[in-house]
Design a protein around this ligand. Structure first.
Ligand code: 3H9
Length: 700
């Protein structure tokens, strides 16, 4: 075996040359890989002893794409096109042998080979759109030529990968290899050589493009179908445009166009945010002071206390992952209601084709439901999902402490209560941790993992592993009221309420935040959650607009009247003049002058800057490890648009000196603790630094 570069080697197997990439962890197309590929293919082209070539990768995956860490840095030749051309123009048949994931530039390289084979579990995709990009190395031109336009549109503009069977059916690969992939690919190449098979270049294929020319409506139909889901994103539409360009533009011109659009998108703020976020999510699962070799506790069975909306949703995560669950409610009726909801949710998914009725039954058979907590005696982890009341949580944990076996993890699904206080009622506070799921718990990706003062390292490490098993994105946070997510939410709520008192209608505030990219504004969200959540009818004195609304019988969407009035048929919201009157009265009683000249910028700044300010205070307190973890919480738990990176990324995008100046300015005008500038922001701004310059810190 000859090393071409430190990342690419060449090996002869009979008549077949094997070009092997080895660039852990994911064989990204770093400079050494590009250079190695170019040199290796130049060499095999001229080597008379080589009759065919197999391109494969060592390690866990085929090439998973361009090296994202090189983006934004000065380009280093060769780019990707040179090795791609060397592969495509190779005078001997080239077979790409794919295992793991062929993604982005990886699939684009594979599409330059004359043939592709994959192992049964391999996946193929153009996920660039998820980084705010499009395939920049021919993907928008080669993919439609090989799979047809419809599949290429989905793969590029939505970005989800397909498996080997689908790839075979779509013509993207030529064979699925059972058994050893490289041996199989070499045999495949030998056969091509023996048959004198043609050197198939996807770039020259026209039949699928021809088909699409006859049915151009497919593009507009597709644009309509993704419009809602891709609202405000720049990249999906660009992917569609470039695939459409394949119909009428000569191949090389289209490649040129693709590269230009790729560069434009790369320079844009959306892609910067999405690339930042890609790494943020991966960082969030890393706890700097947790030794990498921490031995994990085994979690084979889970107990869930409470079969309400939260408990049922949490249970579904485990059932989906094949982990048996014992769920306990205080009475039969509530238990049956809760289990019924779980079953109904599954049946709905089955009707939508997500899985079969058989799989529904399989999942339900893993669920053991009862009313007696003593069944928790032998589970490995219990998650408590009872009402959010401290005395109740304490009594539950006292009981769990008595019932559960030694070494079981005791988790509380609290959305903001003091986990240390809960842990303190047990004789094993080191086994206690917070697992804050977001509603609906079977859908929302975020898991705030609350590390208590006493939480043992292996309990934290195991809970992180559990979150991976059930497909959640974790963010480790410290004990503080509302943790990270709800604490930031509260800041936004304070200022949103002030804005409506000053005369900005709720619908106006909501629409500015919706246009920014949030799924809904604070008032629509309040209506959805129910205005009476946390409202005490025995202790209500018109202290807030929300109390006033509740007192006048407005409960939100559930009774058709909240900040908005809801159409009984369509549930469409419209602004309600009566609400504006109530707000105006409230404002005049409290001496708040109304005005009608709030700009969009003011609304946005006033709602969002206090969130970043609080994020910085959370970092000062040591209740989050990094600013990007705070962003992960808001993107995954509250629908913050990923193309805005997260509240911390958004704020630092305007420069922390500007942030500091704005906060001081609003603070002087409006007052309130949420406008007291975080010393951390002040310090970073004065140093010319940003949140991302801070090293990760230990949760305190
Ligand atoms: C592109 O290709 C552009 C082209 O069209 C045009 C070019 C001209 N680069 O996710 P994991 C790191 S755009 C650098 O935890 P998994 C990752 O940060 C690219 N690093 O593992 C992590 O590092 P660490 C299109 C990368 O098994 C480690 O690898 N491709 C890259 O759960 C393990 O990652 C994509 O968008 C990269 N491209 O999932 C694919 N990818 O250990 C992006 C990963 O220090 N990647 N890393 O935290 C993925 O989707 C997943 O990583 C993958 C593995 C499915 C491959």
């Amino acid at each position: 075996m000859a090393a071409i570069t430190d990342m690419v080697s060449l090996e002869q197997r009979g008549d077949i040359a094997l070009v092997l990439i080895d660039n852990p962890p994911v064989n990204a197309l770093s400079h050494g890989v590009r250079l190695g590929l170019l040199r290796a293919f130049e060499q095999v082209a001229d080597d008379a002893a080589v009759k065919g070539v197999v391109l494969a990768c060592r390690g866990r995956t085929f090439i998973a794409g361009a090296d994202i860490t090189e983006f934004g840095k000065p380009p280093k030749a060769p780019g990707l096109q040179e090795p791609q051309t060397a592969i495509e123009d190779c005078p001997k048949p080239v077979v790409a042998a794919i295992h793991g994931t062929a993604l982005g530039g990886g699939l684009e390289v594979a599409m330059c080979a004359h043939y592709r084979v994959g192992d049964p579990a391999a996946q193929y995709g153009q996920p660039e759109v998820k980084l705010g990009l499009l395939p920049g190395a021919g993907g928008t031109q080669r993919l439609p030529r090989v799979t047809g336009v419809a599949k290429a549109l989905e793969m590029c503009a939505i970005g989800d990968p397909i498996g080997s069977q689908e790839a075979l059916a779509a013509g993207l690969i030529d064979a699925i290899i059972e058994g050893d992939l490289v041996d199989g690919a070499v045999a495949f190449a030998e056969q091509l050589v023996a048959e004198g098979a043609p050197l198939k270049k996807i770039r020259d294929r026209d039949e699928k493009i021809e088909e699409a020319r006859a049915n151009r409506a497919v593009f507009d139909d597709f644009r309509k179908s993704i419009a809602r889901k891709t609202r405000n994103f720049h990249a999906p539409a660009k992917n569609v445009d470039l695939i459409e360009a394949a119909l009428d533009t000569p191949f090389d011109d289209a490649l040129e166009q693709e590269r230009e659009v790729f560069e434009d998108l790369m320079a844009g703020r959306q892609s910067q945010a999405q690339r930042y976020y890609f790494f943020a999510e991966r960082q969030a699962a890393k706890v700097p002071d947790l030794p990498r070799d921490t031995a994990l506790r085994e979690v084979r069975t889970v107990g869930i206390l409470g079969a309400g909306t939260m408990g049922g949703g949490i249970a579904m995560n485990f059932l989906n992952a094949g982990v048996p669950v014992k769920i306990v409610e205080r009475d039969r009726e509530s238990l049956e209601r809760g289990i019924g909801v779980v079953r109904k949710n599954y049946q709905r998914s089955a009707r939508r084709g997500r899985f079969t009725m058989e799989q529904v039954e399989e999942r339900m058979s893993l669920l053991d439901a009862g009313t007696d907590k003593s069944v928790f005696a032998d589970v490995d982890m219990v998650i408590e999902a009872v009402f959010e009341l401290m005395p109740l949580k304490k009594s539950v944990f006292t009981e769990l402490d008595a019932i559960c076996r030694e070494g079981a993890i005791l988790a509380t699904n609290t959305s903001g209560l003091n986990v240390n206080e809960i842990a303190a009622v047990t004789k094993r506070p080191h086994d206690v941790i917070g697992t804050h799921f977001f509603s609906p718990a079977n859908v929302m990706k975020l898991l705030e993992i609350v590390r208590g003062d006493e939480t043992a390292e292996d309990v934290l490490a195991t809970t992180l592993q559990v979150s991976k098993t059930i497909g959640k994105i974790p963010a480790v946070v410290g004990v503080a009221p509302g943790f990270v997510g709800n604490r930031l939410l509260h800041q936004r709520g304070l200022e949103a309420e002030r804005l409506i008192l000053e005369g900005a209608p709720p619908a106006r505030v909501d629409s500015v935040l919706y246009e920014f990219g949030l799924p809904m504004g604070p008032f629509a969200m309040g209506d959805l959650a129910g205005l009476d959540v946390g409202w005490d009818p025995d202790d209500t004195h018109g202290r807030t607009v929300r109390e006033v609304l509740c007192e006048s019988g407005r409960r939100g969407q559930k009774n058709g009247r909240g900040y908005y009035i809801y159409d009984p048929e369509t549930r469409a919201p419209s602004p309600d003049p009566e609400v504006l009157d109530l707000i105006r009265d409230f404002a005049s009683r409290h001496g708040v002058a109304q005005r009608d000249d709030h700009s969009d910028e003011e609304i946005l700044d006033r709602c969002l800057l206090p969130m970043a300010n609080m994020g910085a205070k959370i970092l000062e307190e040591g209740k989050a490890m990094r600013s990007s973890d705070i962003d992960v919480v808001w993107v995954n738990g509250y629908g913050w648009p990923v193309y805005q990176g997260g509240p911390m990324f958004w704020a630092e995008g305007m420069g922390l000196d500007t942030v500091a100046a704005k906060i001081k300015d609003y603070g002087a005008k409006l007052g309130g603790a949420h406008w007291e500038l975080s010393p951390l922001i002040e310090q970073l701004a004065s140093e010319g630094n940003s949140f991302q310059d801070l090293p990760p810190q230990k949760i305190r």
